[in-house]
Design a binder for this molecule. Sequence first.
Ligand code: DX5
Ligand code: ZN
Length: 229
Amino acid sequence: MTSIGPSLMCADMGNLKSTVRELDQAGVDFFHLDIMDGLFVPNFTMGPDLIKQIRPFTDKPFDVHLMVMKPEDHIDLFIEAGADMISVHAEAATHLQRILQNLRNKGIKAGVALNPSTPIEELEYVLDVVDYVTVMTVNPGFAGQKFIPLMYKKIQRLRELIDKEGYNIQIQVDGNIGFHTIPEVVKNGADMLVCGTSCLFKKELSLKEAVQQLNIFLEQTNPQKEGMI
Ligand code: DX5
Ligand code: ZN
């Protein structure tokens, strides 16, 4: 089952409220919110206040992707802002197991994001407290980058590890996810697609048309799609 989530950092920040409403009505499954601190990644995007402002415009899950150092210091702010799911980067979390446990204790879906160079073995001793893994298919920090081909193999190996260990963990892919990469990432085991400039936020299409086109493509690529989190 494959679900789609727009990456709102790719949206027109001046019209975020209407964009969220439009995407919600068009049938997306979740909203992906990229948080950057200028340290973990050399860029800045949005903060908890902006998330608070758009929260009332949809009931769909807010998936907060924390690309920040010391994520444990900032998690509560994003929970208050309306996050339903939070992914922290394994590379930024000294006490990853504690952070994930803490998220779950607060009723939040616990996610781990992995930079392209970080091996899946980093997850071996936290699989029992993880709900989803974000495989970065580009180096985090910017939209519009090119997919790193070795990530296809990483997704496949991660799916094998999760299934072999018998966990119910979703695989999210983030970075240059579009019509040219979706078939293979889905075939290799990805469940959640973060959709940015490569397949949703395109000048030539309305958001409604873009979501429709993507859903049709997914139906053809992966007839099982039912859109659930
Ligand atoms: C990059 C972000 C992604 C990005 C995706 O660090 O995590 O969510 O916005 O944008 P595209 O699809 O353009 O790569
Ligand atoms: Zn992201």
